[in-house]
Design a protein around this ligand. Structure first.
Ligand code: NAD
Length: 462
């Protein structure tokens, strides 16, 4: 077991102020694989001071040079992709192939996209008689979750650095090891001291201290709606910028003209990926009543195939939470067609891939984010009914529409209250804005829209 001491502050690894530690557990077997320091308000303060001190220099660094550092960071991530994938598999439990292609591959693409954007983006525009300067917001406090641990770090740090902001990162306590690797890559990429700082620690201690710190100009948070609400309130009271990426309960709407077999198999794969721990997962499948039974059969067969392939959930608490939701689904009258709440293995935090049929729109399993490999299949009578059900939760993060042709799917998608919709199985685009309608959040990440979150405007009138 590796005992890490030190946090990355002001360009060097320095000991934590306190003596507390956090155990990092391999969710596949419950073994402690490492410890990291549990940062305190004192560590956060040191990191924010370093970020403030570095801000004028980095903000004044030409975008081309910032682009070069981001390109070097991308190259570092590429060079260490195996280590990154193995680390994420060890601390999160994701299967190694998924860790490599998605958990490591996507943030590499995103980091590269911000190297390109920093180089090509116009940080100045003309509006009538005004010249508008797009300037960095300042010091960013980034608080990230464990489910796509490197992606969520890069989706905040890369645009912040591209914009000329400096950053203090507080990663999730379950997955601090990949955050440490990331800090090593930042250092090796030649990013100046203080521009990026890492404080590991517990959410209610280090996370809270970061969100409340006067020296932070923008808090960017990804995680649960409960914590996001608190962070939003704190930021509002301090009149500072805030970006929130929260939960989801996205709908996969299969219209009657769709290729049902394809829509169901892609839909099941979408839910089971990362053991269901994806905020944008299409956890509600909406099927027309005439094709409902056929869809349930197809989904059951597709989900059953994930039994051996699926990784564990991140920790015992998430496992208990998901099993609790499965029991609640049964208690409220939904029918399990595959899976169930019993643990499939003696060791590790595994949950069976589970499909519920006869789910109605108001049931808990159709309303709340479960964050596990659980799909709810809901019946609709006509398109109006489908739209009402699809929009009938507090969330609006993602979704899918399947139809005989794209135009029909797009017409339906226009009515959806959600931030992203995949049309007939459209592919992930790392440049497309990602973020929520309604209680799924405030703000957008990725691509040029993600960059503007870290910019503020100054208008010069002539
Ligand atoms: P969480 O919101 O508690 O944790 C996310 C991050 O916030 C972590 O870094 C954590 O340390 C930090 N944090 C926790 N309390 C804080 C506080 N008071 N002040 C500042 N920072 C704080 O999420 P979780 O407990 O890890 O997961 C719980 C649920 O959240 C999941 O079941 C899921 O529904 C949801 N979730 C959503 C996403 C997403 O991508 N939208 C990601 C992870 C979890």
């Amino acid at each position: 077991m590796k005992q890490h001491d030190g946090m990355y502050i002001d360009g060097r690894w320095r000991p934590a102020a306190g003596s507390g530690t956090i155990e990092v557990v391999d969710p596949a077997d419950g073994r402690v694989i490492a410890t990291v320091p549990a940062g305190t308000a004192e560590d956060v303060d040191a990191a924010v001071r370093a970020a403030r001190a570095a801000l004028p220099g980095w903000a004044a660094t030409p975008p081309q040079e910032r682009a070069d550092r981001l390109a070097a960071l991308r190259d570092q991530l590429v060079a260490r992709i195996d280590e990154i994938a193995e680390t994420i598999t060890a601390e999160l439990g994701a299967p190694l192939a998924f860790s490599r292609t998605v958990q490591a591959g996507v943030p590499i693409a995103v980091c590269g996209s911000y190297a390109d954007l920093a180089r090509t983006y116009s940080f100045e525009e003309t509006i009538g008689t005004s010249t508008v300067l797009l300037e960095p917001v300042g010091v960013v406090g980034a608080i990230t979750p464990w489910n796509y641990p490197l992606h969520q770090i890069v989706a905040k740090v890369a645009p912040a650095l591209a914009a000329g902001c400096t950053v203090v990162l507080k990663p999730a306590e379950d997955t601090p090891l990949v955050a440490r690797l990331f800090a090593e890559c930042v250092a090796a990429a030649g990013v100046p001291a203080g521009v990026f700082n890492l404080v590991t620690g517990l959410g209610p201690v280090a996370g809270r201290a970061l969100a409340e710190h006067d020296g932070v100009d923008l808090v960017s948070f990804t995680g649960s709606t409960a914590v996001g609400r608190q962070i939003g309130a704190t930021a509002g009271a301090a009149v500072k910028r805030v970006a929130l990426e929260l939960g989801g309960k996205s709908a996969n709407v299969i219209l009657p003209s769709a290729d049902l077999a394809k829509a169901v198999s892609v839909g099941v794969a979408n839910v089971m990926a990362n053991s269901g721990q994806t905020c944008s997962a299409w956890t509600r499948m909406l099927v027309h009543t005439d094709r409902y039974d056929e869809a349930v059969e197809l989904a059951a067969a597709a989900a059953a195939k994930y039994g051996e392939r699926i990784g564990p959930l991140v920790n015992a608490r998430q496992q208990e939470r998901v099993r609790g939701y499965i029991e609640k689904g049964v208690a409220e009258g939904a029918r399990i067609v595959v899976g169930g709440s019993e643990s499939p293995r003696e060791q590790g935090y595994f949950v069976q891939p589970t499909v519920f049929a006869e789910v109605t729109a108001e049931m808990t399993v159709a309303q709340e984010e479960i964050f596990g490999p659980v799909l709810s299949i809901i019946r609709y009578e006509d398109e109006e009914d489908a739209l009402r059900i699809a929009n009938g939760t507090v969330y609006g993060l993602a979704g899918a529409v399947w139809a005989g042709d794209d135009a029909e799917a797009v017409a339906f998608a226009r009515g959806l209250q959600t931030g992203q919709v995949d049309i007939n199985g459209g592919r992930f685009n790392p440049l497309a804005p990602f973020g929520g309608y309604k209680q799924s959040g405030v703000g957008r990440e990725l691509g040029p829209h993600g960059l503007t979150e870290y910019l503020q405007t100054k208008s010069l009138q002539f």
